[in-house]
Design a protein around this ligand. Structure first.
Ligand code: ATP
Ligand code: MG
Length: 567
């Protein structure tokens, strides 16, 4: 391909709206452009990256025996009512109506569609097992779309669904997908970890995440020196010995205008209270219902642990402000467990709290000297918080925390969807049973951002060769026709040899062209100049090296092919 035809629009200035390095680099390199919050166009170079990721994913899915399909992006509400997720999925589900006022959503995932498809077609054990996958655009109306395509609203996902006759078969299918994922992420060239995970809104009971290691990742991986790894969400926290002091003074109300965070409250109070006695109240909603979770002011809630509470149920998420106002009549920032109309579930971190402070469930007011059993019923105490670095992991060693970006997620689903949507089959003994399912996602567009987050320097992107927009670039400098002719010949011979080469025919000044190509992260750069050509030489530089090599023009094709193939 010729650069002049590729709509390359690199930016010199650093886009101010982007906080994350990968987002800044993708905008500067002209891989993506934002259309609306969390909605992006992919420009030719960026789309080449996505296509290379897609090719690897498709090859490995096919090799694992999965069959590609393409399901509709727009899904009717009925199947979501059948699975029960029309309510549960919450505001992330983008809902719309057609001209007949019928409800639809734009698919954030496809369990409902694929299960109803299978339900209408499969009748016998002879038709099992199989695995269907697609590579398709999803839409999730994320609460905070950010970091460019890392957490966008519209994104490309590979989603696969396995169908088996029994749990044993389903776990084998799970294992095959796990192996395929390992091959995919190894081939892409990412450094990643596989961690035990919570199964989120999807449900089921075996699930692992593939996390790309990156300092700015949103997911937290808990590890120990002895090799234990899990999603931080999954680490059980220990319960302290009971040593709650007796209640002291009477409960009182304090006017706290404008105070909405624990930190503000701690600074506002006349007497400094430790975080354990400044209680935080969070409203959580899930498949079973909505509840108030209370924790020490400095503790963070684990949504996975919240999902395990019978009052909340699977797919727990933080309630939206309007949901809290509807249920309690007060907004976030002034909530508390006293006279709370929702079930209250308490974390172990507040079990020993006495004379504590909390919101009054009235805007601009907090309560002081509150005591369990006196001012409110003794709640049920359980493990709700995220573990901290240094606490002991289940293997008995101190936890270390590391950040990661979730690029893949595999679940064993069991029969949750097949039961809800009547996807059954008749086994060899003529008994009718629900099909055992698994589902397996890969964030195709997120991988492009994750790869950049993991591989860059001050000059720009350093793409892993397997997903670079081009493997190599041939750059003729100046206006000398012989230089251009040599460049063209080399470009053609390398292309013929099966190497994905870009001919940079944009006639940029050397400095500008070098800066642009470094920014774009193309792994191999070949420069043809009049000066080198007079000595029958050409220049080669790898993106990862500072050293330029001079190669004999006569051997250039062979030497370059070898250098490029070696990396
Ligand atoms: P997260 O915890 O990051 O929100 P998730 O658990 O909601 O992810 P899944 O439902 O498992 O994600 O979706 C499968 C894959 O799709 C994820 O592993 C991730 O790589 C990708 N993905 C999910 N949400 C987004 C998004 N908003 N933007 C880009 N990719 C996404
Ligand atoms: Mg999500």
């Amino acid at each position: 391909m010729r650069a002049s035809k590729l709509f390359i629009h690199t930016l010199r200035e650093i886009p101010s709206e982007a906080e994350l390095i990968s987002h800044r680099l993708m905008l500067r390199a002209g891989l993506i452009r934002q259309l609306a919050a969390g909605i992006f166009s992919w420009l030719p170079l960026g789309w080449r990256v996505v296509s290379k990721i897609t090719d690897i994913v498709r090859e490995e899915m096919n090799a694992a025996g999965a069959a590609e399909v393409m399901m509709p992006a727009v899904q009717p509400a009925e199947i979501w009512h059948e699975s029960g997720r029309w309510q549960v999925y919450g505001p992330e589900l983008l809902r719309l109506q057609d001209r007949h006022q019928r409800d639809y959503c734009i698919g954030p995932t496809h369990e409902e569609v694929v299960t109803s498809l299978v339900s209408a077609s499969v009748t016998s054990w002879r038709q099992l097992p199989f695995n269907l996958y697609q590579i398709q655009t999803k839409f999730r109306d994320e609460r905070r779309p950010r970091y460019g395509v890392m957490r966008s609203r519209e994104f490309v996902m590979k989603d696969a669904y396995s169908f088996d006759g029994d749990a044993e078969g389903a776990l084998l299918s799970y294992q095959q997908m796990r192996d395929a994922y390992i091959r995919i992420f190894d081939r892409i060239g990412l450094s990643y970890r596989i961690v035990a995970a919570d199964s989120g809104a999807i449900g089921g009971n075996r699930s692992e995440e593939f996390l790309v290691l990156a300092d700015n990742g949103e997911a937290t991986i808990a590890l120990t020196d002895a090799g234990y790894t899990a999603n931080l969400d999954q680490i059980p926290c220990t319960r302290e010995k009971p040593r709650r002091p007796k209640p002291g003074k009477q409960m009182e109300t304090l006017a706290t205008p404008g105070i909405t965070t624990i930190e503000q409250l701690q600074n506002f109070l006349p007497k400094q209270l430790p975080a354990q006695r400044c209680i935080k109240t969070m409203i959580i909603t899930g498949e079973a219902g909505i509840a108030a979770a209370i924790l020490a002011g400095d503790a963070s809630l684990s949504l996975a642990k919240a999902s395990a509470q019978p009052e909340i149920g699977g797919g727990a998420r933080f309630a939206e402000p309007d949901e809290a106002i509807k249920a309690i009549g007060a907004n976030f920032g002034s909530l508390g467990p006293v006279n709370m109309p929702l079930p209250v579930i308490a974390d172990y971190s507040v079990e020993n709290a006495a004379d504590f402070a909390c919101g009054a469930n009235r805007e601009g007011e907090h309560l002081l000297n509150v005591n369990f059993g006196r001012d409110l019923p003794e709640p049920r105490f359980t493990d709700l918080r995220l573990a901290r670095a240094g606490e002991l992991a289940p293997d008995g060693n101190p936890l270390k925390l590391s950040q990661g970006i979730e690029v893949g997620h595999i679940f064993y689903l069991g029969t949750k969807y097949s039961q809800a949507l009547q996807a059954t089959f008749e086994n060899e003994q003529q008994a009718t049973l629900p099909i055992e399912m698994g589902c397996y996602g890969i964030g195709v567009t997120r991988i492009a951002a994750a790869a950049i987050e993991q591989n860059h320097d001050e000059a720009g992107i350093i793409f892993p060769a397997a997903i670079a927009p081009f493997t190599a670039v041939v750059l003729p400098l100046g206006t000398d026709p012989e230089v251009f002719a040599t460049a063209l010949k080399l470009y053609e011979s390398l292309t013929k040899a099966g190497i994905d080469v870009l001919l940079d025919d944009r006639s940029l000044r050397a400095g500008t062209a070098f800066a642009d190509l470094d920014l774009l992260g193309i792994p191999h750069r070949i420069v043809i100049s009049t000066r080198n050509l007079t000595n029958k030489k050409i220049a080669y530089k790898a993106r990862t090296s500072d050293k330029e090599l001079l190669l004999e023009l006569g051997n250039a094709h062979d030497e370059l092919s070898a250098l490029i193939r070696a990396n």
